[in-house]
Design a protein around this ligand. Structure first.
Ligand code: NAI
Length: 342
């Protein structure tokens, strides 16, 4: 039996003979920008999830070959490919989680402003389609500059009358993954045990790892705090420079994004103990969007975890104050992009 089911086949009723077990897997995930550097490994990781019954792969090009390739993996999730804007709406129907990573990655020397100019209109049009076709879905934004893209998406959803702040997430999991890895190595912790909350945003100094809140509890010298903080903030640039024009991180963000999808699906599935850091609408600071640990539930964000922001060290308090103007400017830029459109 053919395992590949293209959108066209599905639309015309030629459903493949592949059947999944509905009891073992139940959620539908759409990946927008699936053919790119992150999209491909992310699709593979999501294909391995027992909680996923269908993965919709959407891109403007090259989706069908990935759909075919991925569908040979004998895991339950059915893979359906959608190419081009005429198939975008169908890629979103009935979806529980939408992951948006369409757009260009940064190249060496590119500023966040350069990146914004290219990616803002892409994200805006994809979110409009989300609003029209799956307004109830959890929306995960990965496209950079994320500090602006999430407020931009919120504004689009608000104008469409379907904004649910509990269901819109900027994926900052990679910052947490990096912080956990660097801290575990430095302090000889077991990788699986290290847990560092990262707050603020997802670019440069707006990324603030709260090392004092590391679990298990460890102490750092001032030099270690400075070194680790700067390393975590600049890890993205390290990869951009190492790839020398070929893009930014792909494998580690695919891993991180898959973890965030899995956490969202566990929350949707009723797991009462799901916590992740994410960049969301927030009242923890004076800024309308802020990354922090959140508790996830069936309806999205159930609670923002404010305790991490209490009893900050002097270094963390100063870094928090320093990041606010930059994060505010990025938020304003995302909102203004939508408001100035006719
Ligand atoms: P890539 O260039 O390899 O892939 C992007 C994909 O988006 C391509 O397949 C392209 O065809 C597709 N695309 C472009 N316009 C589209 C549209 N209108 N509709 C649907 N698909 C469209 O880029 P890569 O490396 O996968 O990065 C994607 C984004 O993720 C970038 O903005 C990058 O900065 C960001 N990123 C975010 C991270 C995070 O931690 N949040 C980490 C690393 C990258």
């Amino acid at each position: 039996a053919a395992l590949v089911q293209t959108f066209a086949q599905k639309r015309h009723g030629h459903i493949s003979q592949y059947r999944f077990n509905p009891k073992a897997s139940c959620y539908k995930v759409a990946i927008l920008g699936a053919a790119g550097g992150i999209g491909q490994p992310l699709s593979l990781l999501i294909k391995m999830s027992p909680l996923v019954s269908e993965i919709n792969l959407y891109d403007i090009a090259n989706v069908q070959e990935i759909t075919a390739d991925l569908s040979y993996c004998n895991t339950p999730a059915q893979v359906v490919g959608f190419t081009g804007s005429s198939e975008l709406a169908d890629s979103l129907k009935g979806v529980d989680v939408v992951v948006i990573l369409a757009g260009v990655p940064p190249k060496p020397g590119m500023t966040w402003d350069d990146l914004f100019n290219t990616n803002a209109s892409i994200v805006k049009s994809l979110i409009e389609a989300v609003a029209d076709n799956c307004p109830e879905a959890f929306v995960h934004i990965i496209t950079n500059p994320m500090n602006s893209m999430v407020p931009l998406a919120a504004e689009v959803l608000r104008q469409k009358g379907v904004y649910d702040p509990k269901k819109l997430f900027g994926v900052t999991t990679l910052d947490v993954v990096r912080a956990n890895t660097f801290v575990a190595r430095k302090k000889n912790l077991r990788l699986i045990d290290a847990d560092v909350p990262v707050v603020g945003g997802h670019a440069g100094i707006t990324i603030l790892p709260l090392l004092s809140k590391t679990r298990p509890s460890v102490s750092f010298t001032n030099e270690e705090v400075e070194e680790l903080t700067v390393r975590i903030q600049n890890a993205g640039t390290e990869v951009v420079e190492a790839k020398a024009g070929e893009g930014s991180a792909t494998l580690s963000i695919a891993y991180a994004a898959a973890r965030f999808v899995e956490s969202s699906l566990r929350a949707l599935d009723g797991d009462a103990d799901v916590y992740e850091c994410a960049y969301v609408e927030s009242n923890l600071t004076e800024l309308p969007f802020f990354a922090s640990r959140v508790k996830l539930g069936k309806k999205g964000v159930e609670a923002l975890i404010h305790s991490d922001l209490q009893r900050l060290t002097a270094y963390e308090a100063k870094a928090l104050e320093a990041l606010m103007p930059e994060l505010k400017a990025s938020i304003d830029k995302g909102v203004a992009f939508v408001q100035k459109q006719p």
